[in-house]
Design a protein around this ligand. Structure first.
Ligand code: WTA
Length: 585
């Protein structure tokens, strides 16, 4: 049988001299652990209430504030303009207690949905964690979202409250009257009481610093995050409090966090990486985290590492490529010697990126990690103790059974490309798709959880990403559903039909490309295309607009009227078009 993996393997593995590592990796003896590890072993990393209940936010903040880490800095928030705030675990404890009291005063009940729609700021972490303490299901929302995206999420989840700021609240009002469940709008900054907005600052001043964090059943929900699939609107991926077990374990075993580390995750809290590894997991380990406001800027990124002596850094391939594109002179201007281990997630990390880091960051490679909004924590990864194969996602976490299977669930022979699947039941696995049992069921087939990705395994058990098995687009590592973009496009008066694909791009991994059919009376022009782009940015999201638009006479559709995105993509990329027997053009 042909070994198809060989073509994926680029060059030599990056071997590590373990004796030279600054700190001994937390995970030792991977091969043995894969045989012996039980999830119950990891439960010891977490504090449980004597009644057997738990609260993830208690583990993230309270236990440190009430213990030896009381005065330790939890958050170094740098607003990107030279203003730095340092907040200890005890201060985080008091602030989250206060905001949990504010939510209680508003009458928020257990498991009601509270959305947090804020720019990166201390208030973002405080309100997210306070909502979890109060027993609500907290849901952070990416600040680039526009009114349509906001409406879809708040409406589907039946959110009762949103915490936002003076600027972002303006995007809520256009859809406010479509949200019958939304009772409270809490505003950081200038709240307009005439519109019924609640002032964050005023309520915080009046709130007590004492709050009894709610004891939750481990299977009750801590947060939900909307994410995109191939079809339909974004779906609410719901995570249970018990997930904190694995979120803590992977922060130790994969991110290799040690007590003395200063850690920086570049992801926004609006994405799963920001929630799990820019908030929950590292703080549950009692580590100091750095947060940076503002937009991507290579100078500021390097300066942040130098200023705050960052040891562990978790970022994304697009950011790595953007830093690479800036050249090696720039990093040479900064003292980056504090860096100890580097990680990446969200899309394939090019082998060049791994190697570039070796040159620029004094022999430290990027460790690629693989996971999804639905998996709730890292499942496949390159571990600090192992050699890295540049271009590979690494190996499964102990406790995780990952395989490559066909559509019937048969495990394929080593080296074959197929569906990447995981045996269900790991602690941080999503528990539901909100209000959509059938969507949830689609993931679970033949006794496996189907990730929607295709991959291969090489002879040494390293996993290699091949692609998506569906139409989900990863652009700059951010997950976008073609349906959402198509829906936004056809709201524009000049567009009658739209088909959207991801088009491979050197820098961004993929860009969003749209094929549109114009309404009668409109003619193609650059101006019109720009107007359509602006429209999508304004309605859906600043990051999810088509960078390229082609005007076409018609779109390829199946007999039942579904747009054949696959065919659009194949034609665009000059690939074989495959089976077109259902085509009705
Ligand atoms: C992709 C992000 C290649 C993949 C945490 C997955 C990756 C989707 C990698 C989930 C990686 C994530 N190599 N592709 N190391 N990590 N992906 O939900 O297609 O935003 O299914 O979660 O990102 O995206 P999500």
């Amino acid at each position: 049988m042909k070994d198809e993996t060989s073509e994926l393997i680029h060059g030599e593995a990056v071997e590590k001299d373990l004796a030279l590592l600054r700190l001994k990796p937390n995970l030792q003896g991977y091969d043995k652990l894969r045989k012996t590890f039980k999830w119950s072993d990891a439960e010891e990393l977490i504090d449980w209430y004597p009644d057997g209940k738990v609260n993830s936010a208690y583990n993230v903040i309270d236990r440190h504030a009430l213990g030896m880490n009381k005065d330790k800095i939890a958050l170094i928030h740098d607003d990107g303009q030279g203003n730095v705030q340092k907040i200890s675990f005890e201060e985080m404890y008091r602030e989250t207690n206060k905001f949990a009291n504010v939510l209680a005063k508003l009458g928020i009940r257990k498991q009601e949905r509270v959305f947090v729609f804020l720019q990166r700021s201390p208030e973002l972490y405080v309100s997210f964690l306070a909502a979890i303490k109060a027993g609500a299901i907290a849901s952070p929302m990416f600040p680039a979202f526009g009114p349509d995206a906001i409406r879809d999420r708040l409406l589907d989840s039946g959110a009762v409250a949103i915490v936002t700021d003076t600027e972002l609240v303006k995007r809520v009002y256009p859809v406010r009257n479509q949200l019958p469940d939304l009772k409270h709008i809490v505003v950081v900054g200038d709240a307009n009481s005439e519109l019924g907005e609640i002032s964050y600052e005023a309520e915080m001043r009046a709130a007590s610093e004492n709050f009894e964090t709610l004891h939750m059943n481990p299977e009750e929900f801590q947060f939900m995050l909307y994410t995109s699939g191939t079809t339909g609107k974004p779906k609410g991926v719901v995570h249970a409090h018990k997930g904190i077990v694995q979120q803590t374990l992977t922060s130790r075993w994969v991110l290799d966090l040690h007590d003395e580390d200063v850690y920086w995750c570049t992801a926004d809290l609006g994405w799963i990486t920001g929630v799990v590894y820019g908030c929950l997991g590292p703080w549950s380990c009692g580590v100091t985290q750095v947060g940076l406001g503002g937009r991507f800027d290579p100078d500021r990124w390097y300066r942040l590492i130098e200023d705050h002596r960052v040891n562990v850094w978790y970022t994304a391939p697009t950011a790595v490529r953007m830093l690479m594109a800036k050249g090696d002179d720039l990093p040479a201007k900064y003292d980056l010697t504090s860096l100890r281990v580097l990680y990446s997630v969200g899309e394939p990390l090019n082998p060049e990126g791994v190697k570039w880091a070796l040159d620029v960051f004094d022999n430290k490679p990027f460790h690629d990690t693989w996971w999804q909004t639905e998996t709730g924590s890292i499942l496949i990864t390159n571990f600090p103790e192992m050699p890295i194969k540049p271009g590979s996602m690494g190996k499964p976490l102990p406790g995780i059974e990952a395989e490559i299977v066909d559509e019937e669930g048969n495990v394929l022979p080593q080296g074959h490309e197929g569906n990447l699947v995981i045996r269900p039941g790991w602690p941080s696995m999503m528990r539901q798709i909100w209000n959509n049992q059938s969507k949830y069921n689609e993931y679970l087939r033949n006794g496996w959880y189907y990730t929607g990705d295709t991959a291969q395994i090489d002879k040494e058990g390293y996993f290699w990403y091949v692609g998506r098995a569906d139409d989900v687009i990863k652009t700059s590592g951010e997950r976008v559903g073609p349906f959402e973009v198509e829906s936004a496009l056809i709201e524009h008066e000049a567009v009658v039909e739209a088909g959207v694909i991801g088009k491979p791009d050197q820098l961004r991994g993929n860009i969003i490309k749209a094929f549109i059919v114009l309404a009668p009376g409109y003619t193609e022009s650059d101006e019109l295309k720009k107007d359509i782009q602006k429209f999508v940015k304004g309605h859906l999201a600043g990051h999810a607009y088509p960078r390229e638009i082609d005007v076409v006479k018609s779109l390829p559709k199946t007999r039942s009227g579904k747009i054949m995105r696959r065919l659009l993509r194949a034609r665009e990329l000059g690939l074989p078009t495959g089976d077109t027997s259902t085509l009705e053009e």
